[in-house]
Design a protein. Structure first.
Length: 115
């Protein structure tokens, strides 16, 4: 499984960005998909998760109400809509997939929230 993130960039506080993660594989609909992030000089942390189908999304408390994770199984893509961005959201954002017992990571996309 290969994961390719896109959509990062520089945005002002209060702004929005939408990250995308395109996945390879013919069984994408069965993957558990997540977003993680790694702020500067900090450990990687969980952001959001969406189950394979029909499940409820989960969010870190720090992003709840501001970020929305979604997926389009027909396009093999998972999204992270980020609204009301804050400087503390600055990080490299990583896409993660779990298929059976295997873990896969994307290369990351940088998000900088600054005026």
């Amino acid at each position: 499984v290969q994961l390719v993130e896109s959509g990062g960039g520089l945005v002002q506080p209060g702004g929005s960005l939408r990250l995308s993660c395109a996945a390879s594989g013919s069984t994408f609909s069965s993957y558990l998909m997540m977003w993680y992030r790694q702020p500067p000089h900090n450990k990687r942390e969980f952001v959001a998760a969406i189950p394979s189908a029909g499940g409820v999304a989960h969010y870190a408390d720090s992003v709840k109400g501001r970020f929305t994770i979604s997926r389009d199984n027909a396009k093999n893509t998972v999204y992270l809509q980020m609204d009301s961005l804050k400087p503390e959201d600055t990080a490299v954002y990583y896409c993660y997939a779990r298929e059976n017992l295997n873990d896969y990571w994307g290369q990351g996309t940088q998000v900088i929230v600054s005026s």
